[in-house]
Ligand binder design. Structure first.
Ligand SMILES: [Zn+2]
Length: 309
């Protein structure tokens, strides 16, 4: 009877052991889940897309594509299967709209405004140049016409003086009368020209002050931009909080992808590194935005965290 129980215990022991061996991964995951001990990189980190705030104007599908791009950057360079998309995964990547993106949108609007002001400024400068050219021509013409008028007036006065002194025919008298009428018309014309030249001066001055106004507005916008949005751009645009990744801000797809690559690194357990061109540097700095590449430092950190040989 005692022997029977001994055999029974041995049989039960090996049965359980067999079950454990057969279901090793399930058991390991269960152990991980219960103890909270994560064996880093032992299996791909499964992720799903969670909240995608519509104010970003990015579909969940596009957001997933960006996350998958970011995933590939880690996997291609390390040669390891580190992440896996699984719509049912507990680990979520979210796109959360808050003051950060609002600020980013405001910064964009300010940049657009600066571009518009620059266009307006260029237009004013062109107008000013054209007007200055017209003014120079008008002044030259006015001076020539005024000199011509003066000469004709002098001739007329001389002829009148001669006529008064020496007398003359009725015919000469009538000619002088006609000349006087012509001179009066010429003077009226000249006066019109003078007023037109003055108007041009007014217009040119208006344009000059308009140009100054645009320059002032431009400079004010630039200093607003510097005060509000200048300085280092820390990777606070995204956050890995231990259970999920939240992305809060991006300007363009490349910007979003780089932040995703950085936060995925944190999700693997990698901290910040020192090289400003590294993905895991704490600032968005010297990294190649268009072609994000893991630096030797990033790969070294991955190796250390994941205990890759
Ligand atoms: Zn970070």
């Amino acid at each position: 009877m005692k022997k029977f129980f001994q055999y029974l215990v041995i049989i039960i022991f090996f049965s359980i052991w067999g079950i454990i061996l057969r279901n090793y991964t399930i058991v390991r995951d269960k152990v991980q889940e219960i103890t909270g001990i994560n064996l880093p990189c032992a299996k791909p980190l499964q992720y799903a897309i969670g909240t995608v705030d519509p104010r970003f104007n990015l579909s969940a599908g596009d957001f997933l594509a960006d996350a998958q791009d970011a995933e590939k950057i880690w996997e291609t360079q390390s040669g390891k299967n580190l992440f896996e998309y699984n719509p049912n995964a507990q680990f979520k990547i979210n796109l959360i709209f808050d003051s950060r993106q609002l600020q980013s949108n405001e910064a964009d609007a300010l940049t657009k405004n600066l571009d518009q002001l620059e266009v307006a400024h260029n237009q004013i400068v062109t107008q000013y140049k054209n007007l200055s050219g017209t003014y120079a021509q008008s002044v030259a013409k006015y001076n020539a016409d005024a000199a011509d008028y003066q000469k004709k007036l002098d001739d007329y006065n001389q002829a009148v003086a001669d006529w008064n002194k020496n007398g003359g025919s009725q015919d000469e008298y009538d000619k002088l009368k006609n000349k006087k009428k012509d001179l009066e018309d010429l003077y009226t014309q000249l006066e019109k020209e003078r007023l037109a030249v003055n108007a041009l001066v007014g217009k040119t001055n208006n344009l000059a002050s308009k140009e100054q106004g645009v320059v002032n507005e431009y400079n004010a916008n630039v200093s607003t931009y510097k005060n509000k949005y200048g300085g280092g751009r820390e990777f606070e645009k995204g956050l890995y909080d231990g259970t999920e990744i939240n992305i809060y801000q991006f300007k363009q797809p490349a910007d979003l992808r780089l932040t995703l690559v950085h936060e995925l690194g944190h999700a693997l357990g990698i901290g910040h590194v020192d090289d400003p061109s590294s993905i895991m540097y704490y600032l968005l700095s010297d990294q190649d935005m268009e072609h994000p590449t893991l630096s030797a430092e990033d790969l070294g950190a991955l190796k250390t965290v994941c205990k890759f040989k």
